[in-house]
Design a protein around this ligand. Structure first.
Ligand code: UP5
Ligand code: MG
Length: 332
């Protein structure tokens, strides 16, 4: 316990440093029965609250204030509020589409707006190619110039390392998996340690892609932004990468996006998808609220107050609650 705050009604004891930390205990300062008194029966109650990410900050602030108000009710002894850490697996979205479809552009925007970590397989390989200590530099260079797919052992290790070094728990894996061998490599090296939420597929006609890449090639310095390499990349995409998209499609995992539109129009649709993934896959915070009351009647008063307050708030649909009585301590 590091901090005490006292007024006439309550003593608030912080069990940890932060407001969103592991636990807070609130005590009513109402004088407990002494050993010679007949102690009233006390009811222990536990409410589990699962809070969706989008209301977490607002709800946490509200809940803290609400706990202090509850203690003003007669018969309340204490409330213990515990945040349960979920050891959730990382969430992964694969981002696929032809060369120049806008994968990198959209990933940048998603990452800025929704806090995903953007890991581009192509960028990882290009960085590895420049690494003087790497044995694979020359091989990577040749594969990229030829528009061919680098052996998966090299790529997947770079991806895994980037994920492990990140503090984030949600990732956009851009430009991977590009062929069935890449899928097998992912399953072998990452597999169950991450949840693949789905695939964002940017679909764009070749003429548009070619124009974009030639334009970018004027200044990108990329070894593969020239017409010969571009044609080879198109061919690799059609023959080896598209079947991967079809495979994910058959598993109902693909979000198809028409990419031949303005960057903002594409991002508007992408944003809706990311919100859905966040909602479904990203960990929600759970709180356990334990209260000790003098009697059942007092607890019922508690529920009347809590439920009414929650009903009056916009975030009610974003909080799931379940409750149970732990036990009733008998009086002598
Ligand atoms: N642009 C973007 N969106 C636009 C829009 N809506 N309207 C108008 N313009 C738009 O965009 C490309 C250009 O288009 C930019 O100038 C942009 O401003 C504009 P970008 O966002 O960069 O498109 P992206 O899809 O990321 O294109 P990129 O060229 O990066 O795709 P590739 O898939 O070809 O490249 P990647 O880097 O992923 O891979 C390169 C090579 O690495 C591969 O060919 C392969 O040899 C190797 N590789 C592997 O072997 N294994 C892997 O797992 C990954 C890569
Ligand atoms: Mg890219």
């Amino acid at each position: 316990m590091s901090n005490f705050l006292e007024d006439n009604k309550v003593v608030l004891s912080f069990l940890c440093g932060s407001t969103l930390g592991a636990g807070l205990t609130y005590f009513a300062n109402k004088g407990k029965a002494s050993s010679t008194d007949i102690a009233p029966p006390q009811v222990y109650y536990e409410v589990s609250l699962e809070i969706k990410n989008r209301v977490l900050k607002e709800y946490s602030e509200w809940l803290n204030a609400h706990c202090l108000n509850l203690l003003k009710l007669p018969g309340f002894i204490d409330i213990n509020l515990v945040e349960v850490e979920e050891a959730a697996k990382p969430t992964v979205i694969f981002v696929l589409g032809g060369p120049g479809a806008g994968k990198g552009t959209q990933c940048g925007k998603i990452s800025e707006t929704f806090g995903y970590q953007h890991i581009s397989a192509g960028d990882c390989l290009r960085a590895e190619r420049k690494n003087p200590n790497s044995k694979n530099g020359e091989l990577i260079n040749n594969y990229i110039k030829e528009g061919k797919i680098v052996p998966v052992e090299i790529t997947v290790k770079l991806l895994k390392k980037a994920m492990q070094e990140s503090k984030s728990n949600k990732f956009l894996i851009d430009g991977f998996p590009r062929d069935p061998a890449n899928v097998a490599g992912w399953n072998e090296f990452v597999g169950d340690s991450a949840n693949v939420a789905g695939v964002l597929y940017f679909d764009c006609p070749e003429e548009v892609l070619e124009k974009r890449l030639l334009e970018r090639g004027k200044s990108s310095g990329r070894a593969d932004d020239n017409i010969e390499s571009i044609r080879k990349r198109f061919n690799t995409f059609k023959t080896q990468s598209f079947p991967v998209i079809q495979m994910f499609q058959s598993m109902n995992k693909v979000k198809h996006i028409v990419a031949d539109r303005s960057i903002d129009a594409v991002f508007a649709e992408v944003s809706e998808y990311i919100k859905q993934v966040d909602e479904e896959y990203c960990p929600k915070t759970k709180w356990i609220l334990q209260c000790r009351c003098e009697s059942r009647e007092r607890l019922q008063e508690y529920f009347a107050v809590h439920a009414a307050k929650l009903r009056s708030k916009a975030f009610k649909a974003d909080v799931k609650a379940s409750a149970r009585t732990l036990h009733v301590k008998k009086s002598f």
